[in-house]
Design a protein around this ligand. Sequence first.
Ligand code: PLP
Length: 350
Amino acid sequence: MNTPSKSKSLIDMRSDTVTRPTPDMLEAMMQADVGDDVFGDDPTVNRLQSMVADLLGKEAALYVPSGTMGNQLALRAQTRPGDQIVLEDGAHIYRYEAGAPAALCGLLVTCVETPDGLLDWPLVEAALNPANVHCAPPSMISLENTHNRAGGRILPQKNVQDIADRAHARGIRVHLDGARLWHAHVATGLTLAELAGPADSVSVCFSKALGAPVGSVLAADKATITEAYRFRKMWGGGMRQSGILAAACLYALDHNLARLAEDHRHARALAVGLDHPALKVNHPVDTNIVIIDVAGPGQDEALLSHLESSGVLGVGFGPGRVRLIPHLEHSDADVGHAVEALNSFVGDRK
Ligand SMILES: Cc1ncc(COP(=O)(O)O)c(C=O)c1O
């Protein structure tokens, strides 16, 4: 079936996942040297895994189909059913991974509410269960950098280091959901290895903003990756000639990483250009995500309809909130058009 993509004729800012592979990326995929990755034979997958392990400063890495699988493998490989995991209330792992920490990993999840998505050690410490036979033992803290639901906020590296140092002193592992760690790297100038250094495991995504159609990588120490490899097979994530997909990730690393600065500039332009009494961006725009708070009941839906009729797609992001993410398919003119569309919103006239 050949259904036209909804976004073909629209400025699609629903997510940075909606990008389509460019002809050059497709060519790189066509040229990929492949083998059976379940036998460990795919040279392109192997190259991607070792390149990403090096970039993140970890011993080993595993290519997986999605960010969700990377995160859940990290949890499953480093905890036991019945353990406690602590994470921020808006964390993707908690909100948007279909209950997998409970269903796949058997974890007791404790969420910490923050005003801005930015966890620090005192907040985490207060949420950790005591070492006591009545309680689920705390065995993992999971961080998210950048933080999607908080509007692409960058978690200050001193918080990451502090949380990891103190967690490790108590024998607790730290996972970093780094689906958009690339953005923190480009925005701060810290290397990916510096950003990932304090965490025991880190997952990164190639299908968000970097423009690849599929794929994430989980990086960690060798023992964790060996465990994750076993669970990846169990969960049906063992793929065969997946070098075709890994080639798109290698292409994305080479061509689309540094240009994220342009997406950050576009996101800031959206926020700065917004001049409307009912619409506010209530978070610093650190990277590529803009969350707009919309005043008035039902006005979020009205705004989305207005945007769509003006040729712009956004996505609802909880009551009274609309999210826009500029990405590599967008030009300065597209962003200017989106600003005009936002500022011409006159509300629900029904
Ligand atoms: C912060 C974060 N982590 C993980 C994921 C999951 O990635 P996937 O959709 O590839 O499962 C997403 C997806 O948007 C995300 O934003």
